[in-house]
Design a protein around this ligand. Structure first.
Ligand code: ADP
Ligand code: ADP
Length: 229
C-alpha cells in the first residue's frame, strides 16, 4: 500500500527550444505507509521538479503519479487541488508563512479553507505547536520568531489538515547545523508520532541516515536505492 507511487516519470523543460533540458529520465519511486524516505541529490539533479510533480504542483511529460492509491492522470484541476489540500503537506527550505498573521493563525487558516470549524482548528493548531516545542509562541508573527521556530511552525502548518504524505525540500537547509539538527529531530518525532509517510530532500547525509531509506537522484535518474539499518 504505497502512499506515493511514481512510475516512469519524465520531465523536460523548454522542449524543442533552445535551452531544452531533460530533467527527469524515467523515475520509479514509491513511499509506503509510515515510511520516511530521504531524497539525496546534487544541486540541479531535478529534486525540486520531482517533489513538485509528486505534490501535483507540476505535471510530468510521461509517467504516472498515484497518491494513496488514487491515480492522478485525467483528474480535473479542481480534484487535483482537493487531493493536494487534503492528502499532501509541503515544507520548503524557507518557511513561507504569511507575515501578517500570527503563528497560530498560519496553522488555523488552511484548516478553515478545508471546512474545519475555527474552534477545532485553533485547538489542533495549539496542540501541534506544543508538540514541536513552540506552544508558547503561537501569538507571535513569523518575524518575531527565530529561524528554527519559524520552521517548526511551518511543519505544523504542513500537518494542519492531517495529510497522508509529507513532501519536504531541504526543510532545515536554511538553518545553522546545530539548529538544523534539533529542528529536524522535532520534525522526525512529529512524523513518527502521526505515522505519516514522507519524502524528504536533503543534502545532509547525517539527516538522511535517520530516515528509513535513501534514494539518490543523479542527472535525473535514481542511481542507488539503499536501505539503511
Ligand atoms: P534541484 O532541485 O535538484 O536543484 P531542479 O528540479 O530545481 O533541481 O532543477 C533541475 C534542472 O532543471 C536545473 O538544471 C534547472 O535549471 C532546470 N529547471 C528547473 N525549473 C525550470 C524551469 N521552470 N524552466 C527551465 N529549466 C528549469
Ligand atoms: P526553490 O525550490 O527554488 O527553493 P521554494 O521551495 O522556495 O523554491 O518555492 C516553493 C515552490 O512551490 C514555488 O515554485 C511555488 O511556485 C510552488 N508552489 C506552487 N503552488 C504552491 C502551493 N499551493 N503550496 C506551496 N507551494 C506552491
Amino acid at each position: 500500500d504505497a502512499v506515493l507511487n511514481l512510475r516512469g516519470i519524465e520531465k523536460t523543460y523548454n522542449k524543442g527550444q533552445p535551452g531544452e533540458v531533460q530533467v527527469l529520465r524515467g523515475i520509479d519511486l514509491s513511499v509506503s505507509r509510515g515510511e520516511v524516505v530521504a531524497l539525496v541529490a546534487p544541486s540541479g539533479a531535478g529534486k525540486s521538479t520531482l517533489l513538485h510533480i509528486a505534490g501535483l504542483l507540476d505535471t510530468a511529460d510521461r509517467g504516472q503519479v498515484a497518491i494513496a492509491g488514487q491515480e492522478t492522470a485525467g483528474l480535473s484541476d479542481a480534484r487535483r487541488t482537493e487531493l493536494r489540500r487534503q492528502d499532501i503537506g509541503f515544507i520548503y527550505q524557507f518557511h513561507h508563512l504569511l507575515p501578517e498573521f500570527s503563528a497560530l493563525e498560519n496553522i488555523v487558516l488552511p484548516q478553515l479553507a478545508n471546512g474545519v470549524p475555527r474552534r477545532d482548528a485553533a485547538e489542533r493548531a495549539q496542540t501541534l505547536l506544543a508538540r514541536v516545542g513552540v506552544g508558547h509562541r503561537g501569538g507571535h508573527r513569523p518575524a518575531a520568531l527565530s529561524g528554527g521556530e519559524q520552521q517548526r511552525v511551518a511543519f505544523c502548518r504542513a500537518l494542519a489538515n492531517g495529510p497522508r504524505l509529507l513532501l519536504a525540500d531541504e526543510p532545515t537547509g536554511n538553518l545553522d547545523p546545530a539548529t538544523s539538527d534539533q529542528v529536524f529531530g522535532a520534525l522526525m518525532d512529529l512524523v513518527r508520532e502521526t505515522g505519516l509517510s514522507a519524502l524528504i530532500a536533503t543534502h545532509n547525509l547525517d539527516l538522511a541516515a535517520r530516515m528509513d531509506r535513501v534514494v539518490r537522484l543523479e542527472a535525473g535518474s535514481v542511481v542507488v536505492a539503499s536501505g539503511i539499518a
